[in-house]
Design a protein around this ligand. Structure first.
Ligand SMILES: C[S@@+](CC[C@H](N)C(=O)[O-])C[C@H]1O[C@@H](n2cnc3c(N)ncnc32)[C@H](O)[C@@H]1O
Length: 385
């Protein structure tokens, strides 16, 4: 049987808390993998064998808990003529999103943090009225308004700070608020106002770490209670994992990036030795075109940046090799860490979903498109019972 939102939240809280030391480390900065935190599981971790490692990690229960349904389409996609001036990928996201927004006749529509209001325009095409986009940037408002006029679409883009108190004037029980990729505090504010006013909501959240709070405060009562019970404390930096992707770049760029990383890690070993301090030392970023020709040149540059004196070194090749070995370890650790990326994102979305369930709303959570179209593909829909 498919678990309910509450059950998913409960079980994910347990798993994220239990494996917290594994997914919250910064692999680049630590010399020792965090396995020591798992004495009960035995000290021998199948570290060098990825298949055995997969068995050691809770891949199966995590997989089950993040397996959310695709939200079924309930409306026709927007007319193609409106795609003009919208990027191809963005338009396909809007199309997938719009056909899953369940507008009830008589509802007015508000788009939250609308930018130029592409989503609002796609919804405004004669089918629903009135449609208003709220956006703090005056330039985006006027450009979006001009675009709507050219396409003969009736909608209104309103310059409005959604964090300001007077935003409430746009929200009535008969309002349906839509938000595609609204960041951290901006969508949390929306959530609170929806819970207060009973507006209907269709939200694709994004950038959970964009928040003024250093420490994550679950927004649902059940989230708070579970986090307390499992001692799950998340920092803003922990939240950033939820939206981190493994970047796909052309082969030669990937090779260059790996070399730069291996050199940084090689230098890191060296600087620990020179300073006599077993701690990571950040060094400035370097554009790939500015990367010195070899590892020795890189260490000279980095030492100079950090005002360290390089000892006389004869075994540069061995030193460089140590950097490459560390890179392999870091990459393995990153793979392990990334097993928890989607579970964390789903957990944050479930906390939001439960906030609205607790406010007496009917809520569903699923995906609105494939991850290839946008990895931020979760759609949270809520309406008053
Ligand atoms: C990530 S974009 C999302 C835009 C659009 N929904 C999309 O999918 O392309 C965030 C938008 O929020 C707007 N924004 C940021 N802070 C805001 C605030 N306090 N009030 C209203 N809009 C804000 C930005 O100007 C930007 O246009």
């Amino acid at each position: 049987m498919t678990p309910s939102l509450a059950e998913r939240l409960e079980r994910l809280t347990g798993l994220l808390a239990e494996w917290h030391p594994v997914w919250t480390i910064e692999p680049f900065q630590c010399l020792k993998p965090p396995w020591a935190a798992f004495p009960s599981r035995g000290t021998v971790v199948p570290w060098s064998d990825p298949t055995a490692l997969a068995g050691w990690l809770p891949a199966e229960p995590l997989g089950e808990l993040i397996d959310l349904p695709r939200v079924p389409a309930v409306a026709a996609p927007p007319p193609e003529r409106l795609r003009l001036h919208v990027g191809g990928r963005k338009w396909r996201q809007i199309t997938a999103f719009v056909s899953r927004v369940h507008i009830v006749p008589g509802q007015s529509i508000v788009e939250w943090c609308s930018g130029k209001g592409h989503l609002a325009r796609a919804l405004a095409d004669g089918r629903y009225a009135p449609v208003t986009g709220l956006e703090s940037d005056a330039r985006l408002c006027s450009e979006g308004q001009a675009l709507a006029k050219r396409q003969g679409v009736h909608m209104h883009l309103q310059q409005q700070d959604v964090l300001a108190h007077d935003v409430l004037r746009w929200l009535r029980p008969g309002t349906h608020v839509v938000a595609l990729h609204a960041c951290g505090d901006l969508h949390l504010r929306l959530l609170e106002l929806v819970a207060q006013t009973g507006c209907a909501l269709s939200l694709a959240p994004c950038c959970y770490h964009r928040t003024v709070h250093e420490q994550y405060q679950p927004v649902s009562e059940s989230g708070r209670e579970l986090a307390r019970r499992h001692a799950l404390a998340l920092t803003r930096q922990d939240l950033a994992l939820a939206v981190q992707e493994t970047v796909t770049a052309p082969c030669h760029t990937q090779r260059q990036r790996r070399r730069a990383k291996a050199w940084r890690l090689g230098f890191d070993l060296l600087q620990r030795e020179i300073r006599g301090v077993d701690a990571y030392l950040p060094i400035p970023r370097l554009r790939y075109g500015d990367l010195p020709a070899d590892f020795q040149g890189f260490c000279r540059w980095a030492a100079n940046e950090k005002q360290l004196v390089l000892p006389s070194i004869t075994d540069w090749t061995a030193r460089a090799r140590a950097g490459w070995r560390r890179l392999e370890e870091v990459e393995r650790l990153e793979q392990v860490r990334h097993l928890f990326r989607r579970p964390l994102e789903v957990w944050l979305a479930l906390d939001r979903a439960r906030r609205l369930e607790e406010a007496g709303m009917r809520v569903d959570l699923g995906s609105f498109c494939d991850r290839e179209l946008t990895p931020r593909n979760l759609l949270l829909r809520a309406s008053r019972e």
